[in-house]
Design a protein around this ligand. Structure first.
Ligand code: PMP
Length: 268
């Protein structure tokens, strides 16, 4: 049984109508739960505040209530692994919010070992800093992913620069230097932020500059970051192939997983 915690109280999944993506004034957050612990809740709350502001909405929930609601949902549904999705939407003049458990199809171990396939999609998210679904782009991306049997598409803007994935951020690696598009061009991923911390700890250089779609051949390795995939090596962008065993990237993946273990240990 999946219980949903909402502004109307506790609701059973069966009697809940998900209006979330049918309004353009919808913001959301997806929070990873591992071993019954919700990860990086404060970072998600801070981003939620930014998304709400961009959409002209005011959040009427404190950080401590946000955190408590997530913990309550995890307890009620006895979640050990999965995602908690928070949705705030305005539809027909009414504000509505809900926390719900989303069992997720995470990448399989082979995806981490052999990498995933991608290609370019020429599209730009509006107000990229807000975590809102832009239905047009999302549908286009999902269609391309399904038709071409890809894992993800990389968005390329009008200047030919690669910004991010349709639901992930993207990094490029060359000689132990890590390149990723700046905050202003993307949804500022929580995973990306944590990857920055790990890279600093490892002493690698981060360059916050978008890579041109024409320049991808210059790079040794590419990876995606996101709440669900964590750090996922990319084997291909179209016909171009990349090294999924790049030592700096593999070290980063280890350090990231250690960082998560440490976070969970502290929260338990
Ligand atoms: N960019 C976009 C467009 C996304 O939808 C996501 C997934 N939320 C991300 C980046 C990655 O963000 P996060 O690491 O917070 O999941």
């Amino acid at each position: 049984m999946n219980l949903i915690l909402s502004n109307e109280g506790l609701i059973h999944e069966t009697s809940y109508s998900d209006i979330s993506f049918y309004s353009d004034q919808t913001v959301y957050e997806v929070i990873r739960v591992i071993d019954g612990v919700a990860l990086f809740v404060e970072d998600h709350f801070l981003r939620l505040e930014i998304s709400m502001q961009i959409q002209g909405l005011l959040i009427q929930m404190s950080y401590s209530d946000f955190k408590q609601n997530i913990a309550e949902l995890v307890r009620l549904n006895q979640i050990m692994e999965g995602n908690v999705k928070f949705v705030y939407s305005v539809a027909k003049g009414n504000a509505h919010w809900a926390f719900r458990f989303i069992p997720h199809n995470y990448p399989i171990p082979e995806n981490y070992q052999f990498g995933v396939t991608t290609d370019f999609l020429f599209a730009e998210r509006q107000n990229p800093n807000a975590k809102v679904i832009q239905v047009g782009i999302r549908n286009l991306a999902d269609q391309m992913i399904a038709d071409r049997k890809l894992y993800e598409v990389l968005l390329v803007d009008r200047d030919g620069m690669i910004t991010e994935g349709s639901r992930s951020n993207v990094f490029f690696v060359k000689s132990d230097v890590f390149y990723t598009a700046p905050d202003s061009m993307i949804l500022v991923g929580i995973t990306r932020k944590k990857v920055f911390d790990c890279l600093k700890e490892l002493g690698y250089t981060i360059v916050e500059e978008a890579v041109s779609a024409k320049e991808v051949d210059d790079f040794d390795a590419v990876f995606l970051t996101g709440t669900s995939p964590k750090i996922l090596p990319v084997i291909s962008i179209g016909k171009r192939l990349f090294n999924v065993q790049n030592p700096a990237m593999v070290r980063l993946m280890d350090v990231y997983n250690q960082m998560i273990r440490e976070y969970i240990r502290k929260e338990l």
